[in-house]
Structures are given as C-alpha cells and as structure tokens.
Design a protein around this ligand. Sequence first.
Ligand code: ZN
Length: 385
Amino acid sequence: MLHTANAQQIRDGLVTDVYFERTRKILKAKGIDKDVRAEFMTKGLPANWPWAVFAGVEECVSLLKDLPVEVRMMKEGTIIGPDQPVMEIHGKYLDFGRYETTLLGFICQASGIATMAARCRKAAEQRQVISFGARRMHPAVAPLVERNAYIGGCDGVAVGLGASLVGIEPVGTMPHALILIIGSTVEATRAFNEVIESHVKRVSLVDTFNDEKIEALNVAKALGQDLYAVRLDTPGSRRGDFNKIMEEVRWELDLRGYGHVKIFLSGGLDEYQIRQYNKFADAYGVGTAISNAPVIDFSMDIVEVEGQPVAKRGKMSGSKGVFRCPNCFETEIVPIVERPSICKCGGRKVELLKALLSSGKIKKALAKPKEIREFVVKQLQKFEL
Ligand SMILES: [Zn+2]
C-alpha cells in the first residue's frame, strides 16, 4: 500500500490538520457558523526570488466547486510577488475552513515547481528545457511535478502520465543502463535508431565509457543526419570546466560537418548553471532543481467576519483588489471598494483577482496547460531572475 492519500480521502478532510477539525467541532457544538472571507497570500518568497508563478488553481477548483462558496482567484500562471492576495474565499466558515491545509498544499508546492521551471526557462532563453526530476519525488505526485514544470515553461516532460496530463508526448534521451548493457555507445545508439519510432529525436548519451569528444564523433559518424543531439550528463562528477568540454565537442563536431548535432546537457543543473552553460549548450534536462523546488509559503487568513473587516496582527483586514498595469506590471493592492490609480506609465490597471466560482458554478472555463504555459512565458519577458 502506498503512503499517499487518494482524492476521496483528501475531500473527506482526512489530511487536514487536526486543529481545524477541532475548531469545526467546537463551532458546531456552540452553534456558531459565521460568514467569513479568507485570503491566500505569501509574505515572502524563498531563496531571494523576486517573483513567483501562481499555480495549483485547477486542483483548488476541483475541491471548491462542490462547496457553497464564492471564490475570487488569480489566473493560473500569473506572476506574483509577496503581499499580493492570490485567492479569496467567501462563505460560511464551516463549509470550507477544514480545507485550509489542503488548499495550501495544492498551491504551495505547485507554485514552487512552476516558479523554478520559469526561472530555468528564463535562464535558458530560447534553448529547450526538459523536466527530468520525477525520480526525485514520490511517484504518486509525478504528474503534478510534470504539469507544473510544463506550465512554468519547460518545453517537455519525461514521465508519460505527466505528459498526457498536459497533452504532450513525453521526451527522453537514453539512460546509461542501455549503453552499459549493450556494451557500446555507438551500438546502443544504433539500436535506438533501429527500434524507436522515427519521430522520436535521437539523442545519444556520450559520457559512459570514453571521452565525450571521441564518443560524440563516433555516434555522429554512425548516425549522420539521424543524430539530433549528444547528451553530456553529470557535469558535477567530472573534474574540469564543463564549458571547455562542450567547446571541444562543438569544435570537433563542426569541423567534421556535424554542425546539425546539438548539445544536450543534464545532471544537477539549476538556473544559475544554465546561464553559465548557454554559450555551448542547446538544450537542458533539469531534475531536482525543479521537482524539489522550494515551496511558496502561502497562508490563509480570515480578513472579514460577518461583513466586518478583521485580521490578526501583521495582516491587513478586509477584502482587497489586486490591480496590475498590463504594460509595466506595476501592482497595487486596494480595499475592494476602491478603484486603482492610473499607472505612472499611463496604463490602466486591471483586476487580477477575478470571480471564478459562485455556489458551485465555474464562471469562466479554466485555461489549458498549453495556454497557461504561453501566458507564463509571455510575462517572463518583463521579469528578470
Ligand atoms: Zn504601468
């Protein structure tokens, strides 16, 4: 048996913190069921990140749509900063309070993964980034990891179920296992070329037995135009400068007429290393940095009870509007009854927290993963790492 909760157990509140269950019990015993507004936001971002990508919306909606609540939420993929409410739930506390743990779990992890994917996307500029990190997390959440890696800006994902969730084909090269078992990089690459469907790109792993430069030339000679790329893995395990190794590989391939063969890099990469390797690398496989990205610490806070603004210390009370200028992304948070100012740049700010759910009805169809990804990539043009 797996040590994971299934959808029904999550819905039944079995993975909520017990103090919410006790709160529910006390309020019920006392006959108290108040109308509240609760907002979700983060006070700060991990690792000095200047921005984050808001994700996890679809799972929140799948839970909230069956509850008698009103929900305002940002679009999935919106780039956010600290102190910007991303979601507001309005309803009877007893109808949704017990799901605080669950809803935070949906958005905190998803947003962390999507943000790191977006950071790698930004660092790689137009080069390909593929999510390779499923193996670093529990397999039960691999589809979630892959979906959020994709919407954050990865071009492809490695795991089949994750790929089908976002409507793409999974992407992969070849593992060391294939080469070690066949006993030769060239023979393994030839076998791949013979057996695997022709639309799958041929990417040969060239660091198993010999120097990358020699193996790259060997497989290029063996496959010619069929070879799409050579993969160089685990830069950290080798002494020396990885850019030097890539420079040599590139030089030798080009000199012999294999300019079409791309260099695919993988092995312990993060956004900072990607930036360092952009000169020679054409594509990246990123694992742990994305799959195990720091989570975004969202919290849920009550900001209104029975129509009266109220908040704990350190929080601003009342329902809020989050307005952003579409030109310069200047963002302003105002009480819900107020309109925003005109942006310094002259742009007219638009409300990011839009009514999404009302008494179980979804007011606007959710965007498809591909559309969310395009939305993220477009916004990234205006943001730096
Ligand atoms: Zn502006």
